[in-house]
Design a protein around this ligand. Sequence first.
Ligand SMILES: [Zn+2]
Ligand SMILES: [Zn+2]
Length: 368
Amino acid sequence: MTEMIDVAVAVAPDKPFEFRKVELLPPRADEIRVRIKATGICHTDVAVKDQYFALPLPMVLGHEGAGVVEEVGAAVNHIAVGDHVVLCGDSCGHCRSCNQGLNFYCDQFVERNLSGLRPDGSSSLADGDEVLPGRFVGQSSFATKVVASGRGAIKIPKDLPLELMGPLGCGLTTGVGTVQNALKPSPGSSIAIFGAGTVGLAAVMGARLAGCEKIIVVDVLAPRLEVATELGASHVIDAGKEDVVDAILSITKGGANYSVECTGVPEVVIQAVNCLTRPGWCAQVGVTPSGVTVPLEMDQVLYGRGIRGVVMGEAQVANFVPYLAELYRDGRLPYDRFVQFYDFADIDQAVHDSAVTGEVIKPILRMN
Ligand SMILES: [Zn+2]
Ligand SMILES: [Zn+2]
């Protein structure tokens, strides 16, 4: 059945989101239809709208959707009508990475998640005669309903607050997973986290769960550093006031065992490597526009220091998202402290408050 839904369309960097009523086509065999309860706004959504990360527009963005399943395609076996789900990205299901459960390193990651379309070039959204890209990260959740990738849907218990759960599918998985799955710090080790947004703060909570002793957070916004301290940072550094690398070398008496770089700013990437001890690993999580290069001092890298990119916390999301949901339930992942809810209609305000002024860390849009 085709039905009319409301979507917020990103059309151009300097224009507000356009609210449109568009047609949602029925799900195919490997898809599900979900009534979105709420969706987080992630930095990547803003980066695409602003064309810092230049995907083709117009597109319906949004990739931290949580909702209730209304219809299930014949080939989707792990989800039923009425289930509460968090939507993660799409993947092919049969390449080497998919076989290990690492959907975000899928050979077809880009075409399935960043084109806004299915691999065959079609979309589940139609705006009159226009095909509207509605498949961003397998979902395009800035919408009252979506047809999403069945493989990307993860069932969560119904007694958890669904409207809070969407960010588990991206920001929280990325931050906690980068620490727990990619860096795997031993208890008592030190870690420096650059950028106290959702991902950085999730990394703080992940580092605390992993038993890191010195958890150092770097940002330029004092209120964010305060939240970092509340969530378990042992030290915070205002990068506008201190020499970051000197401060970290001093706190750790020679360098951090690990770092997590969440900003994607080249000068910060260099700091995140130069603050390490020997040997030490930096996980690069922040996104830079394509073509950007970072000049690392090779005499720094030589002594056992390394940097590697990490996408989605290298998590087997089908297991990791429910694991995070249980951590939230137990009070060990209190990310609700830095969430602010907005009505869907106020999406531009939510983007402004989080990406422009930075006063809100994780905005979540409610679809009611
Ligand atoms: Zn994201
Ligand atoms: Zn794959």
